[in-house]
Ligand binder design. Structure first.
Ligand code: UDX
Length: 464
């Protein structure tokens, strides 16, 4: 394996830090650059500053081997780097478009110190057309620099970030420069070879959680997973893929509401629909809806860029509306059995936007908790990993417990809002004995309805 290349990762979020940790373990020298001092200090100490299964261990090994070098200084990292992966954030603005401030700041700062022959790889999700503007910004900053630009969108999911990076489902690489594309592909080919000797099952906790099929094995057909495209196409792949997945979920949720009315079971319906290989079962799990750092931002980003080009995307605005409506839909299930007042306490299980992560961005569970408290219920909540983060956006009136037992004690209603495995494996008989009421709202359709009803719960699902 040729690991002579030195790599810089700019931006240490879920994508940046996971990529840096993996590539440094593969054997590359990786500078990981960030402007946030506390993040860099935590990484230096051999830990991740957010929770992802297995990541701490990879960071620690990277640091101990000397291959992973966290730094606040572009000046230290960039002059030595052959390849830069830009992994900075692109938060959305109030109008739904992406804030590209960090994209251009990272590119310009890198351009100042870059050496000739640099390959600048954009991993951050950016609106289509951004790449050409970044190329111009680099040229403006450093007119004599010889460099190439590659778009390489990231598809890892939170909760299985390490697994996904070690076992990439697909690698999309778009550029005008074919040679650079092959160099980037080679880096991931080396990562894939490295992953062959790893027991990936250890990191698989939530991999493929929204799919009925087994995730691809790292041991087969790596070459078939490479999708080589033009620059603009690669940029558009990322947002289109996320928008389509969000659409699938919202579609399942629309049908779930109808299933509810007609006495059908949405899980059975989607098992039947998803068995058609043209459709597939993945991302047809009805429930409280989608959140996180990607889907909401990418869907509104797509609408915004389409608008810039004079196009409407009613299909995507409907997906957003459908998603927002799920909070009221689940709230109505609580209200069906209880009156919103202080004497009725609702316990919310799960606060992160999905299981396996401490990320609470655009979490539907938090929106639900805040909604219920504003209606007059007493609300208490718990989560295995996201308590600290959640408190930042939860209504002050929501009480957060560390222990599940305390959280469900004496409550009228329990809502499963984020489907952590800890909750799926619960002894519900014990929960029921601790509760005062017997209403169980399965906001993620992951529990055994019949079994729970036999235990004496009044079970409410989303379309079942
Ligand atoms: C997503 C994409 O899947 C990933 O490829 C991309 O790189 C980043 O965005 P992520 O945001 O980590 O990943 O989570 P994902 O697993 O896609 O789930 C997103 C949201 O949809 C979660 O809130 C989840 O609870 C919800 N969801 C997912 C459903 O409600 N039903 C489903 O069937 C699938």
């Amino acid at each position: 394996m040729n690991k002579d290349l030195t790599v810089s990762i700019v931006g240490n979020g879920y994508v940046g830090l996971t990529t840096a940790a993996v590539l440094s373990n593969v054997g590359y020298k990786v500078y990981t650059v960030d402007i946030d001092k506390s993040k860099i200090e935590t990484i230096k100490s051999g830990k991740s500053y957010f929770f992802e299964t297995g990541l701490d261990n990879f960071v620690k090994k990277g640091i101990n081997s000397g291959n992973l070098i966290p730094t606040l200084s572009y000046k230290e990292a960039i002059p030595k780097s052959d390849v830069i992966f830009s992994c900075v954030g692109t938060p959305d603005k109030d109008d739904g478009s992406s804030n590209l401030e960090f994209i251009f700041a990272a590119a310009k700062e890198s351009a100042k110190y870059a050496k000739d022959g640099l390959i600048y790889v954009q991993k951050s999700t950016v609106p289509v057309g951004t790449g050409r503007n970044v190329i111009e910004a680099i040229q403006e900053e450093n007119p004599n620099l010889r460099f190439s630009y590659v778009s390489n969108p990231e598809f890892l999911s939170e909760g299985s970030a390490l697994f996904d990076t070690l076992n990439m489902d697909r690698i999309v690489v778009g550029s005008d420069d074919k040679e650079s594309v092959e160099i980037v592909v080679k880096i991931f080919r080396n990562a894939n070879k490295f992953a062959q000797d790893i027991d990936l099952d250890r990191y698989k906790d939530y991999a493929g959680f929204y799919s009925s099929k087994e995730t691809k094995s790292s041991k087969t057909d790596f070459e078939d997973r490479i999708v080589r495209t033009g620059l603009e196409s690669a940029e558009l792949v990322k947002v289109s893929a996320n928008a389509f997945l969000a659409l699938k979920i919202s579609f399942a949720n629309s049908i779930a509401k109808l299933a509810d009315k007609v006495g059908a079971d949405i899980t059975e319906v989607m098992n039947g629909v998803g068995a058609d290989h043209r459709i597939g079962r993945s991302f047809l799990y009805a429930g409280l809806g989608w959140g996180g750092g990607c889907f909401p931002k990418d869907v509104s980003g797509l609408i915004a860029i389409a608008k810039e080009h004079g196009l409407d995307m009613p299909i995507m605005t409907s997906a957003i509306d459908e998603n927002s409506s799920m909070i009221n839909f689940v709230t109505s299930k609580v209200k069906k059995h209880t009156t919103p007042n202080k004497n009725n306490t609702v316990a919310i299980l799960g606060l992160s936007f999905k299981p396996g992560t401490s990320d609470i961005r655009r979490s539907q569970s938090i929106k639900l908790a805040n909604k219920l408290v504003s209606m007059g219920y007493s609300v208490q909540a718990c989560d295995p990993k996201a308590r600290k983060e959640a408190k930042k956006t939860l209504d002050d009136r929501v009480i957060v417990f560390k222990s599940l037992e305390e959280c469900v004690k004496g409550v009228s209603v329990v809502v499963l809002a984020t489907e952590w495995k800890e909750f799926l494996r619960l002894d519900w008989k014990v929960v029921k004995d601790l509760m005062e009421g017997n209403v169980l709202v399965d906001g993620r359709n992951r529990l055994d309805k019949e079994k729970l009803e036999n235990m004496g719960f009044r079970y409410e699902g989303v379309g079942r």
